[in-house]
Design a protein around this ligand. Structure first.
Ligand SMILES: [Zn+2]
Length: 159
């Protein structure tokens, strides 16, 4: 499981959207929690939603159970492409390091100071992908760094 956070909203989650998996090895593809005000965040995510009691989870928490390739495509579609115009598949044919480096170059351009946190986290993702020898450890580190970058991007937008 990878933790993602789609907003820096501090409200408790009162809605949950659950995408059940068709695979035998997991129950869910992902579970997204939002508050009332951010319920629109779930609009682009498929699944059934319901009201839940306020609990420990904050708005924007996304419990991600999908595999590495699927989660990378999700990051590409949800925020890396809208931010940098670099898509993992269409522009980089699935080359993760090439895609992340191109996104970093885009974010290093003038006027992108607000994305310093995103750049730092993307830099960690590149480093993890290049340096780590164990592929499973590298994948987990890349997804963690991308999740941090995603939340930093939301913060830079004021979301
Ligand atoms: Zn919220």
């Amino acid at each position: 499981m990878t933790l993602r956070r789609l907003t820096t909203c501090s409200s408790a989650a009162t809605y949950v959207l659950e995408r059940r998996s068709r695979r035998r090895d997991r129950v869910y593809d992902y579970v997204l929690h939002t508050c009332v005000r951010h319920r629109w965040l779930a609009d682009s995510w498929k699944g059934g939603s319901r009201v839940v009691e306020e609990g420990e989870l904050r708005c924007g928490v996304l419990l991600e159970y999908r595999g590495f390739a699927e989660v990378l495509r999700s990051h590409s579609r949800e925020w890396v492409f809208p931010l940098t115009f670099h898509d993992l598949e269409d522009d980089h044919q699935g080359d993760v390091v090439g895609w992340l480096r191109a996104a970093l170059v885009e974010l290093s351009a003038a006027g992108r100071e607000a994305h310093e946190g995103v750049r730092a986290a993307l830099g960690h993702a590149v480093l993890a992908a290049v340096v780590e020898q164990d592929p499973k450890v590298a994948e987990a580190a890349v997804l963690t760094a991308l999740a941090v970058a995603e939340t930093a991007e939301a913060a830079a937008r004021g979301a």
